[in-house]
Design a protein around this ligand. Structure first.
Ligand code: C5P
Length: 295
């Protein structure tokens, strides 16, 4: 018997970052949008906890207890007084270390899968608490859709989305460490103002207006990501030249995200990015996408 859960990647259409807090985290106004690129997490009873991973970039995924999927299973098992004896297999399609919450997705996916496998019937609220303990982006991987994240990004308020937005994601050669990008942000931004969600951006999501969304997207981590990974300037320029309505770094990067007018335009931008030599590959994905779901 095994259970498989499908869980989406995300792009931050707004990532407003405040000053570092005493605990080292940053207060955010983080507008998450789940996109149709997915990992699938399968849990199967086993003699002990074991993690395997296959797919693009799988060789860079840690298979020890630092993997968020392993920590998720351990936290759930501890809550229910049982041993975390499962094999967790991650079928990876979300870019690894790319700023698209792939590791967070695997944590949320493993949690939902183990809960279904064990029949532990953990409440939604408790699952969200465990997700927040795992990482700032993990609660959003559970709920999907679109949401405003405040605090360190873990306090979620669902947002209405009035249409489908079409994206292209350029996968970079190499990764960026999220803590390193936040450290660079601190160096570049000595007096960050308190983060606030943009009313124009929330409106654009609600009305499904791609031009209005393009005009409103922003990412305060982008200068830091570009500073650590200057080649991303060329990727952003290539997508813009190919007709993207907006071009931005996804989260802490180095994946870059391009908003397209429609699916056909997204296909053309992806082709142009692949041909540009400025990225490893390009993927198209619609949004919003649902959160973690048992298949
Ligand atoms: O919460 P998570 O483990 O995903 O965060 C990874 C790292 O990103 C943190 O250790 C911290 O350096 C940085 N971070 C932050 N402020 C946030 C979220 C993450 O500084 N709101």
């Amino acid at each position: 018997m095994s259970v498989t859960v499908r869980v989406p990647a995300k792009v931050n259409v707004q990532l407003a970052v405040g000053a570092a807090r005493p605990d080292g985290f940053h207060d955010l106004a983080n507008v998450f949008l789940a996109v149709g690129l997915h990992d699938e997490v399968t849990v199967t009873p086993a003699a002990g906890l074991r993690i395997t991973c296959a797919g693009p970039g799988a060789d860079q995924v840690p298979l020890d207890r630092t993997n968020l999927a392993a920590r998720a299973v351990e936290l759930l098992a501890a809550r229910h007084g049982r041993a975390p004896d499962v094999h967790v297999h991650i079928a990876k399609d979300i870019p690894v270390a790319g700023g698209m919450a792939g590791g967070s997705a695997d944590g949320a996916g493993a949690l939902v899968a183990a809960d279904a496998l064990w029949g532990t019937n953990t409440s939604r609220g408790e699952l969200l608490d465990i997700c927040a303990e795992l990482g700032s982006d993990v609660p959003f991987s559970l709920v999907g859709g679109a949401a405003l994240g405040t605090g360190r990004g873990e306090k979620l308020e669902p947002l209405e989305v009035g249409g489908t937005f079409h994206w292209v994601f350029a996968v970079a050669d190499g990764g960026l460490s999220t803590p390193a990008v936040y450290r660079e942000f601190d160096r570049l931004t000595p007096a960050a103002p308190a983060p606030e969600a943009s009313p124009a951006l929330l409106d654009a999501l609600r009305t499904g207006d791609a031009d209005a969304l393009a005009a409103a997207v922003s990412n305060d981590l982008q200068p830091a990501a570009l500073s650590l990974f200057p080649a991303l300037h060329d990727t952003l320029a290539a997508g813009t030249a190919a007709g993207a309505l907006a071009a931005l770094v996804s989260g802490s990067g180095p994946t870059t995200a391009f908003l397209a007018r429609d699916a056909a335009s997204a296909g053309r931008i992806a082709d142009a990015l692949r041909a540009s030599g400025t990225c490893r590959t390009a993927r198209v994905a619609p949004s919003p996408a649902p959160g973690a779901r048992v298949l």
